[in-house]
Design a protein around this ligand. Sequence first.
Ligand code: ATP
Length: 371
Amino acid sequence: MPTTDEPQAFLEVRDLVKIFGADRAVDGICFQVGQGEFITLLGPSGCGKTTTLMCIAGLHQPDGGEIWLDHDCLTAMAQRIYRPPEQRGIGMVFQSYAIWPHMTVAQNVAYPLEVQRVPREERHDRVAEALRRVQLLDYANRPAPHLSGGQQQRVALARAIVFNPRLLLFDEPLSNLDAKLREEMRIELKRLQQTLGITSIYVTHDQAEALVLSDRIITMSKGRIEQEGDPRSMYARPVNRFVSEFIGVANLLSGTVTGTAHGQAVVDVTNGDVSCTFRCAATDGMSPGDRITISIRPEHIRLVAEPAAATGDNCMEGEVVAAVFLGNYIDCRVQWGAVEWKIQAHRRQAIRQGRRVWLAIAPEHCRCLRD
Ligand code: ATP
């Protein structure tokens, strides 16, 4: 038995390390997942998401750390504990659906049960139940290749849930689908996971997918966790420049703190031959002289005809260099010195390229980030 402390959470990953040659693909990460929770590992290509997933599945042997599932120690490298993949009770859905083309839908789903030598009758019932849960029961006898991409993905999901796994792992499962289907499948997958109630870890580099699907997002970079939190708080309160740029769109300005007062930080921003003193939502531990980045979301910038300094907003004048009508808003670019602001303007606003406008931004929407 392991000598390490028993975990509190359903899944617990502790100080996980995986090294490939000189590359620390996963560099000592820790996280917990509650029972029934859907979490996403989000980050750019090569940040260690898949490697983390493979370590949990038992397809990679880590170089350090522990993995616990439902009070069961799957991996504890210091104690030389390493449970093989088939004994972990984990289902996986991959990017390539890994559907066998020469089999029917039902045969594909039955495959893991055959490997486990489940008796024929029980196999039949469990396949039917898995297909019913992904709404493919009517397709049971169809050759698997005669299905749409989205349906094939659901077959892959049925095959992953047919042996009642304790945990489901998804590795970019929607990235082979076209954009429209991908959007539909996100919602469908979320609904299915909620119905199934199986604890799930999902890997993607697509922030929109992470925002739609997740109860909680873990944003990774270079083998480490940058931030974890629910989608709303991660979007509203990114902790650093990396997260701010990776989740959603952000306008980022470099500046120097000149003072703090009344819950606000005063930040000087000079860019080319223009400058502005910003009042920002204060962040703990900021002092005069600190170099910081101000992050402002496009939907928080108002375009006004005159300077609105009296309202207490941050104000600056610029020139509209592009304005594209996108149905529910106008995607607008405004040049201010060397900075090109990205702005979501109201769809009814009369904005023309070449026009001079004032930008007004409330201090609570200016977020100070450490570089
Ligand atoms: P992607 O979204 O592109 O799949 P990722 O975030 O999932 O990226 P990983 O696949 O986990 O990233 O890779 C993390 C790092 O480990 C990368 O630098 C990668 O080149 C390296 N790596 C992954 N698998 C191996 C392997 N089998 N052998 C050597 N290096 C590997």
